[in-house]
Write a protein that binds this ligand. Structure first.
Ligand SMILES: [Mg+2]
Length: 300
């Protein structure tokens, strides 16, 4: 079989998706969007984490549980919504103690409590390595829904926090999903597009460019970096789980005026949406532009 990137594979699998009239948005965003009632949409997402891929064998069980749920909650945040109900399936290798599995669930449930999520079911199976899959429901007011596809030329691009080095530093196991930031934004400065950064800034911005058929310029010196990370790491490292979003320039100005103190959050402007479809440029300190590939971390 020819080797496919994850995204090529997802594209090919799209033709199998269901076509109920209740499906507002299927494959191709952070979560599926389903008709719920006159006022709200149901959000539905799933994420799987696998030993040796998303965490190492020696990782703390509580942290593994935290991460398994946090990356799902992050996808609900990326739609502007709030998470609600989760089912948890776990593949348990022979020899793993009941206490270890309980500590995984303790990590999960502490985060669930913090974000109002109820774990309401799941499945346990034997497996060669530890695997956790969570399916999570959420909801969002129709007027607050944000897709990946709405970015327009002239919009400013923002992130909710520093990028890069998440895997090396262990932050990928401990991050807090940006639900509060997302809710603040959709209620006050509704973004034109938004997603959570799981594959690195370049790759995830690439999704926004593709979905909106637009391009972007990133200002290298404005991208906030984690300690020990450089700009290249911010572009390519996965699993930062900060939100990346675009705002019309007028709203962007107001968001910046509103500032850290009044919002309580840190929103960093890092660049601008432009007309050239799917073209991504980096502007260096001296003003020179170079084109880069909108590619980040690839899962396989
Ligand atoms: Mg996502």
């Amino acid at each position: 079989m020819k080797k496919l990137s994850e995204f090529q594979l997802i594209d090919q699998l799209k033709r199998f998706q269901g076509r109920s009239p209740r499906v507002i948005k299927g494959i191709g965003d952070d979560a599926a969007v389903l008709e719920l009632d006159a006022r709200r949409y149901q959000l539905f997402t799933t994420d799987m984490i696998v030993e040796g891929v998303h965490f190492l064998k020696g990782a703390a069980p509580r942290a593994i549980g935290h991460k398994a749920l946090a990356c799902n909650i992050s996808d609900i945040a990326a739609m502007g919504g709030v998470p609600s109900f989760a089912v948890v399936s776990i593949g348990i290798p022979r020899g793993l103690s009941a206490g270890y599995v309980q500590r995984i669930y303790a990590g999960m449930s502490a985060l669930a409590k913090k974000f109002g999520v109820s774990i309401v079911g799941g499945d346990t199976v034997k497996s060669d390595r530890l695997v956790i899959n969570i399916a999570l429901l959420g909801e969002v007011e129709k007027k607050h829904l944000v897709l990946r596809s709405g970015a327009r030329p002239g919009d400013r691009i923002f992130v909710t926090g520093p990028l890069g080095g998440s895997l090396k530093s262990g932050r990928h196991l401990a991050f807090i999903p940006r639900v509060r930031e997302a809710r603040f934004l959709v209620k006050n400065f509704k973004p034109t597009s938004m997603l959570d950064i799981s594959d690195g800034l370049a790759g995830d911005l690439g999704h926004i460019l593709k979905a909106g058929n637009v391009g972007a310029v990133i200002d290298a010196d404005r991208v906030p970096l984690n300690q020990g990370a450089d700009f290249a790491a911010a572009l390519a490292d996965g699993e930062d789980f900060e939100l990346l979003f675009s705002l019309p320039s007028e709203k962007a100005r107001k968001l910046i005026q509103c500032g850290h103190q009044r919002s309580g959050f840190r929103f960093c402007e890092i660049g601008e949406i432009i007309g050239s479809p799917k073209k991504l440029f980096v502007r260096d300190v001296d003003g020179r532009r170079r084109m880069i590939e909108p590619k980040g971390f690839t899962h396989f």
